[in-house]
Design a binder for this molecule. Sequence first.
Ligand code: AMP
Length: 312
Amino acid sequence: MTWTGETHLQILVVGSVAYDTVETPAGKREFQLGGSACYFSMSASYFTDVGLIGVVGRDFDPDDLDMLKQHGIDTSGLIEADGKTFRWYGEYMEDINAAVTLDTQLNVFGGFDPELCDTHSNTPYLFLANVDPTIQIKVLDSMSKKPKMVACDTMNLWIDVARPALNDLIRRVDILIINEDEAKQLTGEENLAHAAHAILGLGPSLVTIKRGEYGVALFGDDFSFAAPAYPLDRVVDPTGAGDSFAGGFMGYIASVDRIDQDALRTASIAGSTMASFAVEDFGLERIKILTKADIESRFDAFTDLTHFKPMS
Ligand code: AMP
């Protein structure tokens, strides 16, 4: 894995910016900074320059904004609107791999209608994090030219209530990055490989299926790759693991500016590396204090974990 030097805005992410309340077997935290766009951008910021498109309320803490800026994230697309920031309340008491949503308060996120400036609309890599697919389509339509790579995420809610828009979106993206359960729900297939190939049939050239503590699997028409999750002694808070994966994955791809099979394999490990850090503490606590040395050393541990010689 190599690091880039100075870059201009390489990735644009649109997604939620939230105050999350989470309960896990390790404890409870109230109103911690979260949301798909925050986890993604913080994770990707260690690899390249990221711009964030989102909305917050008047209650948004200036220290949280400073933290995003200190990580070099372009927050000029983070709009403040009248009302409160989006709130999500979830718990992982029964199953550490699956959040149970206890409450969602959309607040200003309910009226989210992103507008892109020229700089944002010319960004080469685009991540459409989990929001209403009509908003994801609007952002995609607002790009001045076709990005080098467009990836998107979604969730069970949109598969249930916005299927036509979601199908339109999936047809137009290069990569769908999705949880295993949602991949199965989307396709009606119980077998992972069948679900992946059914998704490829919907339009994308690649699908990355996130499998929680079992890692990720990447499928293309003539290519597949699997990466384990890092075997941690203790998972404190799984919130944001998927978005942190996506941030490391796309951050790496954008930093090398290549989308070949070797880059996709390394990107999967970069993503898994960032997801492994995300779950080690509540919210963004671990991600926000990482050093490049921490990331390189965990990446190397992944290399050892998966290294083997051909059978002779
Ligand atoms: P994940 O990477 O899947 O664990 O994403 C966790 C984040 O998703 C949390 O920080 C939540 O704030 C956010 N979230 C939960 N529900 C929604 C929703 N309906 N739309 C957008 N973001 C959400």
